[in-house]
Ligand binder design. Structure first.
Ligand code: F6P
Length: 548
């Protein structure tokens, strides 16, 4: 992966000029003068997913220049480098191969000249047998009871992804109860200690490096409680499992070798749900559904790898994102699933995008002078409509939105789903085309001349962009392809913005300082702090002592 400053490319310069032309053009006009806009700016993926990006402030020319940008930034080469296991995670000197975890081709994937596919298949097979034995009730707890409850202990990528997918695929779920503990706040683990029948519960300690403070503290608390209240060390093997790349630490924790599910350093934490980190998903939906989930992602990988860029969905969505972020200065983007089961999808994509592309140093080691990762946020529709959509419609900020829904509800009741989708379609329409509502509640077009004082407040100027992603149904396959679509979108943005997307050094400093402060709070040597932090610690101690 070469280091090229995007702003020195010809395409970037062209985009600047093009932006001056585009910034005042309204979507109303773009649609008026091109009746083929929907046809030209939408794609269907595997007869299952429609992606409509026509309601964006783009023309054919915009796309052509953006495609030239991707060429100048040597995107094709970077895609090949990722799939072929080159060490594109340069600051950690590792390949990036979450795609290998869903590779259904028979081709080998080499890391240090060794094919990693046999290892991947072996772990998948181990997960298969284990999940079968838990689901079928063959595996028993220390007292002989069947397992009915699975608790995943992990944080960040070892929590958000599995938790989101388990929620999203609830219609495919079996009888097992699946819980997640992530926060160091004892309230989180308390709910498990309080409500759990330990004799029928298994715990998955999910941590790639097995040193993450939150996960190890929570796991230790649960282990100690378990040993104190229920049984002895040798019984732990019936209940404690690890998912990790650090087998030694898991063994030290007291987990049996056979109870360890391995992953590898070339799987990034936030890209790990395809690996053994997805064990809670497999336990929830079974092996076959998990394989369909992997297949959905694999098919998106094939599309991403082989489709020409002008028809390549992740590439196009990524380029359009760069267009807004760097030329319209949009700062944020909203993910708006119109599907209750996808309610955790925005926070999952938030980590994926913001931890990957929240960087300010380019691949050359220089400070960037362009925008990198967008702030990603969102909420399920229609709830968001009654909360923050006001600002999207009439605020001073331009917020590109992704609307996501499925045609068929898993729980059809009367007209609910039609009303839900009417809202989805209406929002994308209103955002794009705007309206003026007169006092009789009638709509007039957005170019209405707004003169009266009271009219000004009811005017929707429109011209606010959105993508629409519509599935037949959210099933394991389609969810797999949706996640892979976003993963690749994020990757492409990292390549073009000339940053390293697969490290996360920005989360380290806070961890180190917290450790020092903790020693101080614990009666150790006080760490030298700024006056504000010192003041906070002082009041913490004062409040605490006043409660004793
Ligand atoms: O917060 C940083 C981070 O390293 C994330 O990237 C990762 O997903 C999370 O912590 C958990 O890491 P681990 O799985 O190693 O416990």
């Amino acid at each position: 992966m070469k280091s090229i400053s995007p702003i020195t490319t010809n395409a970037w310069k062209e985009l600047r000029i093009h932006f001056n032309k585009m910034k005042n053009i309204h979507l109303v006009d773009l649609f008026k003068y091109n009746h083929n806009r929907f046809k030209n700016f939408s794609y269907v993926f595997k007869s299952n997913m429609l992606i409509d990006f026509s309601k964006n402030r783009i023309t054919d020319e915009t796309i052509q220049i953006l495609l030239r940008l991707s060429e100048e930034m040597q995107l094709s080469q970077s895609i090949q480098d990722m799939f072929n296991g080159k060490h594109i995670n340069v600051t950690e000197n590792r390949p990036v191969l979450h795609t290998a975890l869903r590779n259904f081709s028979h081709e080998p994937i080499l890391v240090n000249n060794i094919d990693i596919m046999p290892k991947i298949r072996a772990v998948l097979n181990k997960m298969k047998h284990f999940s079968k034995s838990i689901i079928s009730g063959v595996w028993r707890g220390y007292s002989g009871k069947k397992i009915t409850h699975v608790v995943n202990i992990g944080i960040g990528g070892s929590d958000l992804g599995p938790r989101m997918v388990t929620e999203a695929l609830k219609p495919y779920k079996n009888h097992l109860k699946i819980s997640y503990v992530s926060n160091i706040d004892s309230t989180d683990v308390y709910s498990i200690l309080k409500n759990c029948d330990f004799s029928s519960t298994i715990f998955l300690v999910s941590s790639k490096n097995f040193t993450t403070e939150e996960t190890i503290t929570n796991a230790t608390t649960i282990k100690n409680y378990f040993l104190k209240k229920y049984c002895n060390l040798k019984d732990m093997k019936h209940h404690f499992f690890a998912v990790t790349a650090n087998v030694q630490e898991a063994l030290k924790f007291g987990i049996e070798q056979n109870n360890i599910f391995e992953l590898w350093d070339w799987v990034g934490g936030r890209y790990s749900l395809w690996s053994a980190m997805g064990l809670s998903i497999m336990l929830s939906i079974g092996f076959n559904n998990f394989c369909n989930f992997l297949h959905g992602a694999y098919d998106m990988d094939i599309h991403f790898k082989h489709a020409s860029f002008e028809k390549n969905i992740p590439v196009l969505l990524s380029l359009i994102g760069i267009w807004y972020n760097n030329f319209f200065n949009t700062q944020t983007e909203a993910i708006l699933p119109y599907d209750q089961y996808l309610y955790r999808f925005p926070s999952y994509i938030q980590q994926c995008n913001m931890e990957s592309n929240g960087k300010n140093i380019d691949r050359n080691g220089d400070k960037v002078c362009w925008q990198t990762g967008s702030i990603t946020w969102g909420e399920v529709g229609t709830n968001g409509q009654h909360s923050f959509y006001q600002l999207i419609h009439q605020g001073t900020k331009l917020i590109p939105c992704d609307f996501i829904a499925s045609t068929i509800s898993h729980n059809p009741i009367e007209n609910h789903h039609k009303i839900l989708l009417s809202n989805f379609f209406a929002q994308t329409h209103a955002l794009a085309f705007g309206k003026y509502f007169n006092n009789n509640g009638e709509n007039t077009s957005c170019d209405h001349d707004v003169n009266h004082f009271s009219e000004k407040f009811k005017y929707f100027e429109g011209n606010r962009p959105s993508n629409s992603i519509l599935f037949k149904i959210i099933d394991p396959y389609s969810l797999g392809s949706l996640i892979a679509l976003y993963e690749h979108k994020i990757f492409v943005q990292g390549v073009i913005l000339n940053i390293f997307s697969f490290d996360q050094w920005g989360v380290e400093l806070g961890k180190v300082i917290s450790n020092n402060i903790f020693q101080g709070l614990h009666g150790g040597k006080n760490y030298k702090n700024d006056v504000s932090t010192q003041g906070l610690i002082h009041f913490y101690n004062t409040f605490k002592n006043s409660m004793n």
